[in-house]
Design a protein around this ligand. Structure first.
Ligand SMILES: Nc1ncnc2c1ncn2[C@@H]1O[C@H](COP(=O)(O)OP(=O)(O)OP(=O)(O)O)[C@@H](O)[C@H]1O
Ligand SMILES: [Mg+2]
Length: 144
């Protein structure tokens, strides 16, 4: 694997207040790339979706740990959000637009679609009963 130009890792509990912590941390981490506001908001929103999924799905019956790793490779950002929760049985199905296992007023099944449209790649690894890792990459063009 290529050597990263910068790297950080943080672990936090699956509490909803930590969603903004994750957003802030990612924003701070990529600030040396001088991102445009839209790029910054897109990446933060993608991170929020992944973290929310850990909170509401992975650890639906309690509280667990979420690990976020971020790396820079030149102007490309790599982000991994990993949980040790319930896992996903069928990843392909879970990533389909509008698919949700929590139908109701709050969830619309669009989290993965948002992650995909706001980043350059989304990769999901999961093992039922063991947990899930969502890996996203995004090239930051920055202000000129
Ligand atoms: N970290 C995770 N652990 C376990 N299951 C997950 C995880 N992330 C996603 N899922 C599963 O994938 C489905 C689709 O996720 P997605 O984020 O697209 O939609 P949603 O969370 O159901 O709704 P929305 O994101 O629109 O509020 C979820 O309903 C859930 O079953
Ligand atoms: Mg979601």
């Amino acid at each position: 694997m290529r050597r990263a130009d910068n790297e950080m890792k943080m672990v936090f509990l699956s509490l909803s207040e930590n969603e903004s912590l994750a957003r802030l941390a990612v924003g701070g981490f990529i600030s040396p790339l001088n991102p445009r506001i839209d790029e910054l908001n897109e990446l933060k929103t993608a991170v929020s979706e992944a973290v929310t999924n850990c909170i509401v799905h992975a650890y639906r019956d309690g509280i667990g740990k979420i690990e976020m790793t971020a790396r820079l490779y030149g102007s490309e950002v790599y982000i991994k959000i990993k949980d040790g929760g319930c896992g996903i049985e069928d990843i392909k199905k879970a990533m389909e637009p509008l698919y949700t296992t929590l139908p109701g007023e709050e969830r619309s099944g669009l989290g993965f679609s948002v992650m995909e449209s706001f980043t350059d790649s989304v990769n999901v690894k999961s093992r039922p009963g063991a947990g899930t890792a969502v890996i996203m990459t995004k090239k930051i063009r920055g202000k000129r």
